[in-house]
Design a protein around this ligand. Structure first.
Ligand SMILES: Cc1cc2nc3c(=O)[nH]c(=O)nc-3n(C[C@H](O)[C@H](O)[C@H](O)COP(=O)(O)O)c2cc1C
Length: 376
């Protein structure tokens, strides 16, 4: 087990430390996938099935330009931090710790609707406004209030997560929470069980329980018309819906299966990516996440048409292990691997990373240390 971030060789080195540092209930929450975790595993296998076709000679690849542009804003790299709920559960620094690391590494960060800290606190740690992810509730006026809140705070882009609208079967989480005594003072500091407690972005905004709206494409228009922020849909995995999203004025399509925490489709996001890219036809940016653990995974996703690539669990392992310094090292390691893959393929800029650099291969060679449940 590593004792400091500097000792880490790859992102999984942080997983064991975060596991040791964290409450079992919190660990169950971050670790689990739905049903028997097959979709979570499929996300890794999808990347492992794709082989690289490097070029050995060619242009000088000592100087690399890894920058990408999203909605007119230039980023140093295509890597970004995904929205993950309640980061104070893993380290007292929470979202601000991740924000300081993202700021230092100049990468995009998306705040979860269910964050432990407020938009304003995170933006202050970042030194600028960041993107915000929303889960809608039945009462539209509550959604509108939240949208207006983050827009007024300077948020440039809103990400509506649509892959949990039908619910999700999270057995490990239910089992571990079932055994938890919520009246422990430690739990009451954060959980909704404490009278009057709500996560900062949801304070006063959950509204009365009511029937869910039908969630048709009209709802996309409703959100779009309610704000001038860019609107992205998180959870698109088919060509048909990618086409519909663009037709309905969506500004960006985010390929995700919530890290294997939504439906148990058994299909990895990297396998869904080509059809989504075909549906989008270059009209809006395509983002992807789920199962990204290596720099080569970023390369493969870009080769298949993604514009930006997100990590969820890996940076939370970094945070849970060592706070901001852990997140920083996770970002550093993945980007170092990515740059090496660029040099190995003689690509010097992102637009040179094209489909001919990858080819579909055989079934995955190995799963890392799978017996213990680590290494996914
Ligand atoms: C513990 C945990 C909490 C998450 N919370 C949210 C959330 O609040 N909103 C959201 O859109 N996605 C959430 N996600 C999904 C992530 O944004 C992302 O899609 C996923 O983690 C990517 O897969 P990876 O963990 O394999 O990198 C969460 C994921 C995890 C592991």
């Amino acid at each position: 087990m590593i004792e400091s971030p500097e000792q880490a060789i790859n992102v999984w080195d942080f997983e064991r430390v975060a596991h040791a540092n964290n409450l079992p209930e919190h660990w169950a929450y971050i670790h689990m996938g739905v049903d028997d975790f097959e979709t979570r595993k499929a996300n890794r296998e999808g990347f492992q099935r794709l082989m690289l076709r490097p070029r050995r000679l060619g242009q000088d690849a000592t100087k690399l330009d890894t920058s990408v542009e999203l909605f007119g804003r230039k980023w140093d790299t295509p890597l970004f931090l995904c929205p993950v709920a309640a980061l104070e559960a893993y380290h007292t620094e929470g979202e601000s710790g991740a924000a300081r690391a993202a700021r230092a590494r100049k990468i995009l960060q998306i705040q979860s609707n269910s964050s432990s800290q407020s938009y304003e606190a995170i933006a202050e740690a970042r030194g600028e406004p960041h993107w915000f992810q929303i889960y809608t509730v039945p009462d539209w006026s509550m959604n509108k209030k939240l949208i207006d809140h983050v827009a007024a705070a300077g948020c440039p882009a809103l990400v509506w997560t649509i892959d949990l609208l039908g619910g999700s079967n999270r057995e490990l989480s239910r089992r571990s929470l079932g055994s938890q005594e919520y009246d422990r003072p430690l739990c009451q500091n954060c959980h909704n069980h404490k009278p009057g407690y709500q996560r900062p972005m949801r304070r006063g905004l959950d509204g009365p329980p009511g029937p869910r709206p039908p969630y048709t494409w009209d709802y996309v228009k409703r959100i779009k018309d309610a704000t001038s922020m860019k609107l992205l849909l998180k959870g698109i995995v088919t060509r048909e819906e990618a086409e519909l999203a663009v037709e309905h004025g969506v500004d960006g399509v985010f390929v995700s299966n919530h890290g294997g925490r939504a439906e148990n489709s058994l299909r990895s996001t990297i396998e869904s990516l080509p059809e989504v890219v075909a549906g989008v036809r270059g009209r809006v940016p395509v983002l992807i996440d789920s199962g990204v653990r290596r720099g080569a995974d970023i390369f493969k996703a870009l080769a298949l048409g993604a514009d930006a690539v997100g990590i969820g669990r890996p940076y939370v392992w970094g945070l849970g292990a060592f706070g901001q310094q852990g997140v920083d090292k996770v970002i550093e390691l993945i980007l170092a691997e990515f740059r090496m893959t660029m040099r190995q393929t003689r690509t010097t800029a992102i637009d040179q990373i094209v489909p001919s650099f990858v080819i579909e291969g055989r079934t995955p060679i190995m799963m890392r240390d799978n017996r213990l449940g680590f290494g996914l």
